[in-house]
Ligand binder design. Sequence first.
Ligand SMILES: NC(=O)c1ccc[n+]([C@@H]2O[C@H](COP(=O)([O-])OP(=O)(O)OC[C@H]3O[C@@H](n4cnc5c(N)ncnc54)[C@H](OP(=O)(O)O)[C@@H]3O)[C@@H](O)[C@H]2O)c1
Length: 261
Amino acid sequence: MQLNHARILLTGSTGGLGRALALQLAQAGAGLLLAGRDAARLAALNADLGAGHSSVRADLTRPEGVAAALGAARDFGVNVLINNAGIGGFGLFDRQGWPTVAQVLDTNLEAPMRLTHALLPLLRERPEAAIVNIGSTFGSLPFAGFAAYSAAKAGLRGFSQALRRELADTPVAVIHLSPRAIDTPLNTDAVNALNRALKNRSDSAEVVARQVVAALRRGDGERHFGFPERLFAWLNGVAPGLIDRGLAGKLAIIKQHAPNR
Ligand SMILES: NC(=O)c1ccc[n+]([C@@H]2O[C@H](COP(=O)([O-])OP(=O)(O)OC[C@H]3O[C@@H](n4cnc5c(N)ncnc54)[C@H](OP(=O)(O)O)[C@@H]3O)[C@@H](O)[C@H]2O)c1
């Protein structure tokens, strides 16, 4: 896709990856409709991008937030939706309260599905359109200590693949991208400590944003970012027992870092 013709609704634009994406996409000539919950941070980012962009304040876990995003997308002439908003959820499943689990599922899976459902009629009318879903390595390599988050991201991956196949005879491309850990505020001190203890590598938001922009330009269907994460995600698909055994050896470290609630 030629980005200088793109009109992009970017959710989670005020976050770490979102901000880097907004700056790089604007640089490439795209028009940005920035979505987020924090009015002050939205206004600051909008000002940094300069003229020709817009913003909408929307909590996407609420029907009125989805309606606000849809109205703004219609006015802005959106032809690309980037479902990037998300929250983390590190913790042992039986120690997490249900409201936390529900919030993780709602924000990371149901909200992007709802927004996609609301915007699809509009996207179908464009000569060229795309939906980009920001998943996670954990969507293909479900991880101990991240049961709800892994379930949500695996769900987002399944949704993306099914929808891509369903929209194969339309101008709407569905792109699903799986970054490994990114240095952003999504990761708590406990997650950063766990990643250091497990020697899990992480990428800067700028590097991941460059990979997302390149994937959108090429029109990739699926892409995993980072090695060896890409290999382990594949291995989990063909021989999950090997990953079970590998992660069993790390369980004590994961438990040691997991928050108590
Ligand atoms: N960081 C990582 O290690 C990592 C790794 C792989 C994948 N990812 C994925 O990358 C994406 C971006 O994450 P990030 O690392 O940039 O996180 P981040 O810095 O915490 O930013 C998250 C963004 O999501 C928005 N958001 C959260 N809940 C929302 C809601 N209910 N309604 C609307 N917006 C909401 C936040 O907006 P507010 O300003 O309103 O809070 C913020 O803009 C997420 O989908 C995440 O799962 C992250």
